[in-house]
Write a protein that binds this ligand. Structure first.
Ligand code: ADP
Length: 230
């Protein structure tokens, strides 16, 4: 589904954020990407979202070299990918409903189909009863759930998340991860960047570790021994 083949990324100014990274991810897999701050996690996700160019290697998604897609195919590619950010990037001058509906409006969905999809997404994240509220008055965990509903409203095949639990306490963080597992169980491929090792080792999915831009570990079934209790 996703293949990184000898991918390097150098930012203007010379900093090499990714160095010859190669890995494969199957359709339907749930994979965590970890490493210290500055290790290259966000950069790797940005290359997948086509929001940064790469300098070397190739990234294949569904067998296609995404950095070679013709311009008219890029919106179609982006629609297959949902993205969840740490700061959720919600619009506070709109309701919960309108925030989630935004990607569908951009794609020109008719109102009834959009309403059906928005309500299905809000239902999945447990926020159906709050659709009319302003996100500003909701808790941090609820705001992150709105961001997740917005990311899945297009029914993407791939969900990327960049430190989605970075601002949440451990209980809420675990709830958000459980929600991601539910999406994964219905077939969505998930790549989640998180530096919270104690949280992600407990979940027992595959873990890729970056260190100074290099992929230094790829553990398919991490043991629980690395995780601290609680
Ligand atoms: P992480 O997500 O693991 O914290 P990043 O991918 O954000 O790591 O950053 C990797 C490295 O690339 C860091 O040294 C960072 O300072 C650098 N970097 C990130 N974005 C830019 C940019 N736009 N311009 C220059 N350097 C950048």
């Amino acid at each position: 589904m996703i293949r990184f083949d000898d991918v390097s990324k150098r930012y203007p100014g010379g900093h090499e954020a990714l160095k010859q990274v190669s890995f494969d991810m199957d359709r339907g897999e749930m994979v965590f990407l970890t490493g210290r701050s500055g290790a290259g996690k966000s950069t790797l996700l940005k290359l997948l979202m086509l929001s940064e160019p790469l300098n070397q290697g190739q990234i294949l998604v569904g067998g296609r070299n995404i950095h070679r897609l013709p311009a008219n195919k890029i919106p179609y590619y982006r629609r297959r990918i949902g993205v969840v950010f740490q700061d959720h990037q919600l619009l506070f001058d709109r309701s919960v409903y309108d925030n989630v509906a935004l990607p569908l409006q951009i794609d020109g969905y008719d109102k009834h189909e959009a309403a059906r999809r928005v309500r299905a997404a809000l239902d999945k994240v447990g926020l159906l009863s709050k659709e009319k509220l302003n996100p500003m008055i909701l808790s941090g965990g609820e705001q992150q759930r709105i961001g997740i509903a917005r990311a899945v409203v297009n029914r993407p095949q791939i969900l990327l998340a960049d430190e989605p639990t970075g601002n949440l306490d451990p209980q809420l963080a675990a709830e958000i991860m459980a929600l991601f597992e539910q999406f994964n169980q219905i077939g969505v491929s998930m790549l989640i960047a998180s530096h919270d090792l104690s949280l992600i080792t407990r979940l027992r999915h595959r873990i890729l570790t970056l260190d100074h831009g290099q992929l230094i570990r790829d553990e398919h079934h991490p043991s629980r021994s690395g995780a601290t209790a609680g």
